[in-house]
Write a protein that binds this ligand. Structure first.
Ligand code: ATP
Ligand code: MG
Length: 365
């Protein structure tokens, strides 16, 4: 393993470990290496075995996720002083970096980033994997500005000891934790991720974290459609059963709003999140083009473990060079939706309808 990867500079540290930039020595490709040094330094030998066990299971879960908006896990090594896993390197910084910049991306660009995060989560949930620690630090960008979510399930490596009630490091980040996770980190569910996504959404819209009596996003910025207030509100309900039943349901409502899809259509061409130049004005509204040969970034990759048949999904298209993206404008997508599969519920959009909408609007950088 040591020979296979050349470890370079430290990128940063979190609650669980330290991330280094690295190079796969044979392939000469950049990688990121996460080393569990911090956590290992505070636990005894017996606990270390348990941690390694959990680490392996968590990384295996993460590795099952093959999606254009999720960092791909490439390798693991637990047979060394500090266990590591190797993943794709995301060179364009994190959503935290982006939110810290004085020059904020346009609302359209932020909504597109949000939609990509939601799609990553939607896919992970369909495969049965909970993130558990969604926050801007765990949303990264590749060189084309596509979202790459990292650290799925890693907070499960360390859990609260139910007898001592002591909370260890790495259980999640307080501001984004759902009430049930806050009470007991082991209670993390799909709905907990939806809650964290809601907090993240509010922060992306307003630049602030929501508090109990915070105003709704549209009262900060009147250009924010009221529908987005409702979507935030429903994601962040205290009771899990009051939140959306799935990320799918949230995305469906998001894309059902013409006001929102009109904004999504105004993505800045070639707007990578880390751009430093001022953004170009939004392209003039034009009639929605027919699905172009120019590829949309990657929303169409079939979900291999998803419950629905991938046969009904649109064919995968390669990730585009962002400059090649045609302007997309509202209203709703023109792509013909295949007939719903018999087992699908009668109400709501079918799976392929939603995928068709996603293909149309998401990932336009
Ligand atoms: N695959 C990657 N490519 C590039 N940078 C990465 C990658 N993974 C993590 N990073 C960066 O490394 C730094 C440390 O990440 P790390 O996950 O250890 O901390 P964190 O996300 O702040 O906290 P947590 O431990 O709760 O996840 C962050 O700045 C993160 O953006
Ligand atoms: Mg992280």
């Amino acid at each position: 393993m040591e020979e296979r990867y050349e470890q370079q500079n430290e990128i940063g540290r979190g609650g669980i470990g330290t991330v280094y930039k690295g190079i796969h020595t044979l392939l000469r490709r950049d990688v990121a290496i996460k080393e569990l040094r911090e956590i290992f330094s505070v636990f005894g030998d017996i606990q270390k075995d348990t941690i390694i066990d959990k680490f392996e299971r968590c990384v295996q879960d993460h590795a099952r996720l093959v999606h254009p908006n999720i960092i791909q896990v490439l390798d693991i090594d637990t047979d060394r002083q500090y266990p590591i896993f190797v993943m794709e390197h995301a060179p364009a910084g994190s959503l935290r970096d982006l939110l810290n910049r004085p020059e904020k991306p346009s609302l359209s660009d932020r909504l597109n980033i949000f939609l990509q995060i939601a799609q990553a989560l939607r896919y992970a949930h369909r495969v049965g994997v909970i993130h558990g620690d969604l926050k801007p630090e765990n949303v990264l960008f590749d060189a084309e500005g596509n979202v790459k979510v990292v650290d799925f399930g890693l907070t499960r490596i360390i859990e609260r000891d139910s007898r001592s009630q002591q909370i260890y490091v790495g259980v999640g980040t307080v501001a984004y934790l759902s009430p049930e996770q806050f009470r007991n980190p082991k209670d993390v569910t799909f709905q907990s991720d939806i809650y964290s996504l809601g907090i993240l959404f509010y922060e992306m819209l307003t630049g602030k974290l929501p508090g109990r009596r915070s105003p709704m996003p549209s009262s900060f910025y009147p250009n924010i459609p009221r529908k987005l207030d409702d979507i935030f509100d429903r994601m962040c309900m205290d009771a899990e059963e009051d939140r959306y039943e799935s990320v799918d349901a949230m995305i469906e409502e998001f894309l059902a709003s013409e006001e929102v899809t009109a904004l999504l259509g105004r993505v800045t061409a070639g707007a990578a999140p880390m751009m430093s130049a001022p953004m170009a004005p939004p392209p003039a509204a034009a009639p929605a083009p027919a699905p172009a040969p120019a590829p949309a970034p990657a929303m169409s990759a079939p979900a291999p473990q998803a419950p629905t048949s991938s046969a009904s999904l649109p064919a995968a298209r390669p990730v585009s060079s962002s400059a090649a993206m045609p302007a997309v404008s509202a209203p709703a997508p023109q792509a013909p939706a295949p007939a719903p599969a018999p087992e699908e519920e009668a109400s709501g959009d079918s799976d392929s309808d939603i995928l068709a909408k996603l293909n149309k609007y998401a990932g336009k950088f």
